[in-house]
Design a protein around this ligand. Structure first.
Ligand SMILES: Nc1ncnc2c1ncn2[C@@H]1O[C@H](COP(=O)(O)OP(=O)(O)OP(=O)(O)O)[C@@H](O)[C@H]1O
Ligand SMILES: [Mg+2]
Length: 266
C-alpha cells in the first residue's frame, strides 16, 4: 500500500453552532483523481480550505504529502497546488508575469520559472494572450491561468474547488486530460464538484459528502454496488441492475424524495 498523499482523520469544523464538516476521514493515494461530490452547502469548500491550510480545523488532522498541515505547514503547502472556486488573480499582471511571480514565491530559479511558464501557457492555450493583462481575460481563461499558476512548482498534490465551472467543453476536456496526466505521473488530484457527470467521468474514486458527513467513498463500481444494496433493501431494485451515480447520490443525500416531488410537479 502506498503512503497517502492526502490524509484526513476525523476532520471537523464548526462555525459557531453550525457543524460544517463533521468527522471526515479519507485518504487519496498517488495516481488517483479523487472526486469530492456533494450538494450545495455540504462542506466541500470548508474541507478543501482545511486541506490547503487556509482554515484551521476545530478538531482532527490533515496530512499533505505526509506533512501535518498544522505543525509542518510550510512543507505541506510547498507540496500542494490549490485552485479556489473563484480565483482571485492579480488583474494588472499579464499571465506570463503572474506565472513567473508564482515561480519566485516557490523559490524557483528564474530561467527554470520562465521555461515552466512558457510550457504551461502553451499547454493551456494561453500563449497568444500571455502578455495581455489578466483583467482582459475571459472567465475561462482566468480559470486556466489559475490552474497553470497552481502547477508552476509541479506539486505532488493538486486541490481544485469546482474546477470546470464556466468552462467550455474544449477547456473542460483539456483540464480533465491534464489532471489525468498528473495523476498518471504519480500525483494525487482532489477535486470538488456537485456535477455528477464530472465525478463519473474524471475520477478514479468518489467521496460523497452530505451535511458535513462523508456518507460513501469508493470507485464508481463500489458505489453502484452500494446503491444496488440500498435499492434491494427498500424493495426498489432497479430494473437494469445498474444504479446511476445520480440514483446513488440522491439516495445517499436524501434528495430522492425531493426529486420525486419535482417529477410530479413537471
Ligand atoms: N465563514 C462561514 N461562516 C459561517 N458558516 C459558514 C462559513 N463558510 C461556510 N459556512 C457554512 O458551512 C456549510 C458548508 O459550506 P461550504 O462552503 O463548505 O459548502 P460547499 O459544499 O462548498 O457548497 P457549494 O456547493 O455551494 O460550494 C454551509 O452550511 C455554509 O453555510
Ligand atoms: Mg463550495
Amino acid at each position: 500500500m502506498t503512503t497517502p498523499l492526502i490524509q484526513t482523520q476525523n476532520l471537523t469544523k464548526s462555525y459557531g453552532d453550525k457543524l460544517a464538516v463533521n468527522n471526515v476521514t479519507f485518504e487519496v493515494h498517488p495516481g488517483e483523481v479523487f472526486g469530492f461530490l456533494g450538494p450545495n452547502g455540504a462542506g466541500k469548500t470548508t474541507t478543501i480550505k482545511m486541506i490547503v491550510g487556509l482554515l484551521q480545523p476545530s478538531s482532527g488532522l490533515v496530512k499533505v504529502a505526509g506533512y501535518d498541515i498544522n505543525s509542518q505547514s510550510l512543507l505541506a503547502k510547498a507540496s500542494s497546488g490549490y485552485v479556489p472556486d473563484t480565483p482571485n488573480l492579480y488583474a494588472k499582471l499579464s499571465g506570463r508575469e503572474l506565472l513567473r511571480f508564482v515561480g519566485s514565491l516557490y523559490s524557483m530559479q528564474r530561467a527554470q520559472a520562465e521555461r515552466r511558464a512558457d510550457e504551461l501557457l502553451r499547454m493551456f492555450d494561453l500563449a497568444a494572450a500571455a502578455d495581455d493583462t489578466i483583467d482582459s481575460y475571459s472567465h475561462g481563461m482566468q480559470q486556466k491561468t489559475a490552474l497553470a499558476a497552481a502547477l508552476m512548482h509541479d506539486p505532488k498534490v493538486l486541490v481544485l474547488d469546482e474546477p470546470t465551472v464556466g468552462l467550455d467543453p474544449k477547456s473542460a476536456r483539456l483540464i480533465k486530460d491534464i489532471l489525468r496526466q498528473m495523476a498518471d505521473r504519480g500525483a494525487a488530484v482532489f477535486l470538488s464538484t456537485h456535477i455528477l457527470e464530472i465525478a463519473e467521468r474524471m475520477c478514479d474514486r468518489i467521496g460523497i459528502i452530505n451535511k458535513g458527513q462523508l456518507v460513501a467513498v469508493g470507485t464508481m463500481q463500489e458505489l453502484r454496488a452500494l446503491g444496488q444494496n440500498a435499492a434491494d433493501q427498500t424493495g426498489a431494485a432497479s430494473q437494469t441492475g445498474a444504479a446511476s451515480l445520480e440514483d446513488i447520490f440522491l439516495d445517499l443525500t436524501g434528495g430522492a424524495e425531493e426529486a420525486a416531488i419535482a417529477e410530479v410537479l413537471l
